[in-house]
Ligand binder design. Structure first.
Ligand code: SAM
Ligand code: SF4
Length: 335
């Protein structure tokens, strides 16, 4: 271990989210345009480079790795990478290896993920209606995802379902989704939609369903008990008294979580974003490739980047404008 990573605001950085590909087999309307141009393969970090990158962060105190994308499970040979990362779980340096997935490939990979030491996964699923699922993901098919969820549970993976709250789209499924997760013993988190990337002519403001409204509707049928649990991220949790179920709310547009932020994001091309809502980033691919047998320049670049981590972000829907809108796609930075 080297000196742990601490930013200028005394926040310890122990959580790295890594996008392993910008590609995806879905085209969710709030995330991508239908005709996406993806990066040339040569731009992407190879699996060996991803290993070096993540292992360096682990040496510098990162204890939690979340693999995301794009769709991480469509990256060729991605299980090689998961298996490689499991050595850090075995050594105890890494406490958690996890991923966020659309579930389309879980039927195939759930067993391998469990074997590599993955214990919990996030599956994104905005609706339980087949036609609406096809509409929101454009290319996705619900039965395939449901089979993936079954396979993951059979493999012993704990599942959290992530639902993007979309006005006029899944408002009517609030209770159906909640009950479905309770029945299957899955955690559930609602995410407020964020202004990310150029996604064509979808009206984002029309899609914005503030979670405080969602929460108020939920409270009409359930007793919501606030939990003190904090993850260092934008999630807040409640327990439903009636079912015992835990529900999370992710409101990235508010500022109330920045002071405890413990995370940074690595893109599939090796750019390190110190804040989801800010443009500043550090190119880590250059120092990585410049010194194939020496991680010192990479470590120095990481340390310098962490010293530039900003205090907070600039998203703002409050003036009914897309103030602070980010030009890059979630699939690039990894949601
Ligand atoms: N493909 C994987 C998936 O869908 O879970 C991982 C990558 S995806 C970018 C990660 C998460 O970001 C998903 O839960 C997705 O719903 C969410 N997401 C994508 N675009 C978003 C947006 N504009 N606002 C809020 N959440 C978004
Ligand atoms: Fe793909 Fe995930 Fe984006 Fe949907 S949210 S298009 S599944 S990366």
């Amino acid at each position: 271990m080297t000196e742990p990573l601490v930013d200028p605001f005394q926040r310890a950085i122990n959580y790295l989210r890594v996008s392993v590909t910008d590609r995806c087999d879905f085209r969710c309307v709030y995330c991508m345009s239908e005709n996406m141009t993806f990066l040339p393969k040569a731009e992407l970090l190879t699996l060996e480079e991803l290993d070096r990158m993540c292992s360096t962060f682990v040496r510098m105190g990162v204890e939690k790795l979340r693999i995301t994308g794009g769709e991480p499970l469509v990256r060729r040979e991605i299980m090689t990478f998961f298996r490689a990362m499991s050595r850090h779980l075995e050594s105890g340096a890494l406490k958690e290896l996890t991923l966020t997935t659309n579930g389309s490939q879980l039927e195939r990979f759930a067993g391998d993920l469990a074997e590599a030491g993955v214990r919990r996964i996030n599956v994104s699923l905005d609706t339980l209606d087949e036609a609406k699922f096809a509409e929101i993901t454009r290319w996705g098919r619900l039965p395939q995802v449901l089979r993936g969820i079954d396979a993951a549970q059979e493999a012993g993976l704990r599942i959290k379902i992530n639902v993007v709250a979309l006005k006029g789209f899944n408002e009517d499924e609030l209770f159906t989704l909640t009950d479905w997760c309770a029945e299957r013993d899955m955690d559930l988190t609602f995410i407020e939609v964020m202004p990310m990337g150029d996604i064509g002519n979808e009206n984002r403001l029309g899609q914005y369903w503030p979670l405080k409204d969602l929460r108020a509707t939920l409270a009409e049928q359930y007793t919501l008990v606030d939990l003190a649990e904090r993850t260092g991220g934008p999630a807040r949790y409640v327990r439903l008294d009636e079912t015992g179920q835990k529900i999370g709310f992710i409101t990235p547009l508010t500022h109330n979580f920045c002071e405890s932020c413990n995370r940074v994001r690595l893109t599939c091309t090796g750019e390190l974003y110190m804040c989801l809502g800010q443009e500043d980033m550090a190119d880590l691919r250059a120092p990585l490739r410049a010194a194939p047998n020496d991680d010192t320049p990479l470590e120095e670049a990481i340390r310098a980047a962490i010293l530039r981590k900003p205090k907070g972000h600039d998203f703002d829907y409050s003036r009914q404008s897309l103030g602070g809108q980010m030009p890059r796609h979630m699939s690039h930075t990894g949601g």
